[in-house]
Design a protein around this ligand. Structure first.
Ligand code: ZN
Length: 450
């Protein structure tokens, strides 16, 4: 039997490096979520601009403004909404509902109003969630006219006066839709897309967790340039990706893989929704990463045109190989779309873990390659190359056997049951020994990162 004692090669694998880094990155992601929390984001408006501006302290994001009226397939960029203040005053002049206390108190996209209303009229415009009386629900009026407030159900009884003054100091007028994009060039053709939505106000898991995690992944991509390029898109849900797609059709064939990131800060296990292609490299890679590197209960779900922006990227006219990474999916945790989705609900550990899994998946996608065994007649003798002791742990016999030009390292990883990153180290050692030659793909990455 060959020894399977851990070796220096094993302990230097990428998986372990990322585990070590994830604690620090998780704390940084949580701090970033806290910093972005107060901004009143929406489909359009200054809250999104302020968010993207704050992200520019982390990554050199390019901010794009797309004017009201611009068409994107069947959609049109609407008027821009901005809100400065919103409140309901009782007869003593006290704010009984106050936007300054929480951005969720005003219904998103509410029209400007300043007048007295009867209690009955006010209540017809107030939303609460009786099932969770301590949380303010999140509501918006996109593509509709109207106004409204949200409040804790337990506070509803305090609205016992016959009439109130209602003020929403907002504007809904020609402006633009704002999205951010970071383009990082690679050294070879092909690129990855990481996309996250930016349109929710003070809500942490949905969507600040995705924004923070994507930004910190992008920063790593800049610090450690890869073979493939990458585009990181921060855009309001649905309309943002449609605008981005409509402006980027010529480059879409270059997209090798993509991931939509959302709800990645709660303590549930990681969940992945497959792309519409079902078995694209990104789908196989995430399944592989979950199998070998996820802590806790990880789950893979089939593609469905629900949830986030993979709906647009995977619409039949594009059918891009793009899946969606979450922890607990949208709508499956009670705090979803309420003030319960706050800074306590998302944890540094979960954010760091999501960053690690996403980072590992992108590394696998970037590094996958096909090799040729230069000594295919029988197994070459590994002892003279000093490889005998590490042959089993790094899957050298698997690599040599299946490197016939028809199997990539990911294929070999799936078939052998060994983690990709160990085979990658094995391929590097075999290539150094002159037993293996790269045929196609990214090749063996630089040793300093692995
Ligand atoms: Zn949402």
């Amino acid at each position: 039997m060959i020894s399977v004692e851990p070796t220096a090669a094993q302990s230097s694998t990428l998986d372990l490096q990322l585990r070590e880094e994830s604690e620090r990155i998780g704390a940084e992601a949580h701090a970033l979520v806290a910093r972005l929390f107060p901004y009143c984001r929406s489909l359009t408006g200054d809250g999104v601009r302020e968010t993207l501006q704050a992200l520019r302290t982390v990554i050199p994001l390019e901010v794009h403004e797309v004017p009201t009226g611009t068409r994107a397939y069947d959609w049109v960029v609407p008027n821009e909404w901005n809100v400065r203040d919103a409140y309901v005053l009782d007869s003593c002049g006290q704010r009984v509902i106050d936007f300054r206390a929480h951005t969720l108190h005003v219904v998103g996209n509410s029209a400007q109003i300043d007048r007295r209303t009867s209690r009955e009229e006010l209540l017809a415009h107030v939303f609460t969630d009786p099932a969770h009386p301590d949380w303010i629900p999140y509501r918006h009026l996109y593509y509709r006219d109207g106004w409204g407030f949200c409040m804790r159900h337990r506070d509803l009884g305090q609205l016992d006066e016959p009439d109130y003054r209602v003020v929403i100091d907002s504007t809904l007028q020609k402006g633009s839709l704002t999205y951010g994009e970071l383009v990082v060039r690679g050294t070879q053709s092909g690129m990855f897309l990481v996309s996250t939505h930016t349109c929710h106000p003070s809500l942490c898991n949905d969507n600040l967790s995705g924004i923070a995690t994507t930004a910190l992944i992008a920063r790593e991509w800049i610090r450690h340039p890869r073979r493939h390029g990458a585009r990181f898109v921060f855009a309001p849900a649905t309309l943002g990706p449609l605008v981005w797609l409509s402006r980027n059709e010529p480059i879409l064939p270059q997209i090798r893989a993509g991931i939509v990131v959302a709800n990645v800060g709660d303590q549930g296990g990681p969940t992945y929704y497959r792309s519409r292609q079902d078995t694209a490299p990104v789908d196989r890679t995430i399944a592989h990463v979950f199998r070998h590197a996820a802590s806790g209960n990880a789950s893979i779900r089939p593609f469905a045109p629900v949830g986030y922006d993979q709906r647009q990227y995977c619409s039949p006219g594009f059918n891009l190989p793009i899946g969606c990474l979450q922890r607990t999916p949208n709508g499956e945790y009670p705090q979803y779309h309420s003030s319960g989705d706050n800074l306590d609900f998302v944890t540094a550990a979960a954010l760091g873990d999501s960053w690690r899994l996403l980072s590992l998946a992108l590394h696998v996608l970037d590094a996958d390659a096909t090799f040729i065994n230069l000594f295919p007649k029988g197994e070459p003798r590994l002892g003279p190359h000093g490889l005998h002791a590490i042959a089993e742990s790094l899957g050298l016999f698997w690599i040599l056997n299946l490197s016939d030009g028809n199997h990539s390292l990911l294929d070999i990883a799936e078939r052998s049951g060994l983690p990709f990153w160990r085979l990658l180290e094995g391929a590097r050692r075999l290539e150094e020994a002159g037993l293996l030659q790269r045929q196609s793909g990214a090749g063996v990455p630089q040793k300093d990162r692995f």
